[in-house]
Design a protein around this ligand. Structure first.
Ligand SMILES: Cc1cc2nc3c(=O)[nH]c(=O)nc-3n(C[C@H](O)[C@H](O)[C@H](O)COP(=O)(O)OP(=O)(O)OC[C@H]3O[C@@H](n4cnc5c(N)ncnc54)[C@H](O)[C@@H]3O)c2cc1C
Length: 378
């Protein structure tokens, strides 16, 4: 890989401390989380204790007061450790940002310090059973009542849905329709009427819990509305580039990890009296992947820097999400092939990496929606 120039010494020290912590607190538990279908709360607390959560949220609210590159390092190291189970993208890069950017002082003080310590885990609730891509048509409704709103409806596919203590929820206010009816609300998950449904049984990324949520007359105080009424859709469009870049970062690092373990395997595995690596096909496949990874890191770094500089356009973040998620799927598939039959056996990590990759082209907006967004900029 060409030496990366976007990170300084502080970033390098943070990366080292994450690696060290992961060797103790993450790697030994990945299989257990996969089986249970959920990341342990102890891990989240350990991350909080090590100052790894909410890196770029102001210190006044318990965050690190650092830049987004620290968030990026956390995402990279998690994927390089072989999992995308702990949904740091959702917690650090999405939920904390909505609360920090649009929350009232009371709401910020109530939730951000707890999210930084790992005591509270965040979820973002946009998708519903009847609509995911077409967010303007969500049905969850917030009915104005004295002092706030009563929330009714349901959400599905919610990452951290079971683990979550705090949720940012998109809902329409009153009987209005279209984008201008949508507002965002912060809601504690222990509120009366906030019902956590079943854990969804997924093809991959199984250690990340994904659930249905139901809201039955959940009272949300007025001060828990994020920003202004009717501007929820605008806020979502503003924040989505960061969410999409987070996915792109995880994808690039996960692809690198799959490549790394495939290289190790083919150098060991023998066929026809030589290492599988020595077949020209193997070397050409790996050379192709290595080239794509090199281009990918350079592109990713340009995007991370642009985001930190406040210059990453929506269509550029969409392009990053599209390209890096497609790259990840291509890399894991080619790598699995190099493992032969063992690639399809669960005890080989590449099998799980292959399953884990597929969702990246779906969530955070599908590849088709990314193309639609990109094409609008042409
Ligand atoms: C594991 C997992 C975790 C998730 N986590 C969360 C979460 O934490 N919070 C959350 O809110 N959501 C989450 N999602 C939901 C995810 O964002 C949606 O699944 C996704 O946006 C697609 O929506 P949909 O499933 O309703 O598909 P649909 O919108 O029904 O799309 C079906 C197909 O139609 C295509 N399509 C739709 N519209 C267009 C168009 N205009 N042009 C071309 N093709 C189109 C899509 O690309 C897709 O191929 C998660 C999903 C999964 C699987």
């Amino acid at each position: 890989m060409i030496e990366r120039s976007i990170y300084n010494e502080d970033h390098a020290m943070f990366r080292e401390s994450v690696k060290k912590m992961y060797a103790q607190e993450l790697t030994p538990y990945v299989e257990e989380w996969e089986t249970k279908g959920i990341v342990s709360r102890e891990f989240w607390r350990a991350c909080g204790n090590n100052g790894m959560l909410l890196p770029d949220i102001p210190e006044a609210y318990g965050g690190g007061g650092l830049d987004f590159k620290f968030n990026a390092i956390l995402l990279e190291e998690t994927a390089l450790a072989g999992t995308t189970g702990p949904a740091f993208g959702v917690h650090n890069d999405i939920v904390a940002h909505y609360i920090n950017n649009y929350g009232t002082e009371t709401v910020k003080r109530q939730w951000l310090p707890k999210m930084a310590s790992g005591e509270a885990i965040g979820a973002i609730c946009m998708s519903e059973p009847s609509t995911g891509s077409d967010l303007k048509n969500i049905r969850t409704k917030a009915t104005p009542v004295e002092g706030g709103f009563l929330l009714n409806g349901s959400k599905t596919f919610i990452t951290n849905g079971l683990n979550a203590d705090v949720a940012v929820i998109a809902a329409r206010v009153g009987d209005d329709s279209g984008a201008r009816a949508i507002s965002l609300f912060v809601c504690g998950c222990d509120q009366t009427g906030f019902i956590k449904g079943r854990k969804l049984d997924k093809v991959g990324n199984r250690s990340s819990d994904t659930a249905e949520l139901f809201f039955e007359d959940v009272f949300i105080p007025q001060e828990n509305m994020l920003g202004k009424q009717g501007e929820g859709f605008i806020y979502m469009m503003t924040e989505l580039p960061q969410e999409r870049l987070s996915i792109a970062i995880s994808c690039q690092a996960a692809a690198q990890h799959a490549y790394d373990i495939a290289v190790d395997y083919v150098k060991e595995r023998q066929a026809f009296g030589k290492a599988v690596f020595d077949f020209q096909n193997t070397r050409f496949v790996l050379a192709n992947l290595k080239t794509n990874l090199q281009v990918g890191w350079a592109h990713l770094d340009a995007c991370i820097q642009a985001l930190v500089d406040g210059k990453l356009a929506t269509h550029e973040a969409a392009a990053a999400k599209l390209w890096h998620s497609e790259l990840r799927c291509k890399v894991v598939d080619d790598c699995l092939q190099l493992f032969g039959g063992y690639g399809y056996i669960e005890e080989y990590e590449i099998a799980r990496l292959w399953r884990d990759a597929r969702v990246m082209r779906l969530y955070g907006g599908t590849s088709e929606i990314m193309k639609d967004l990109i094409s609008r900029s042409i």
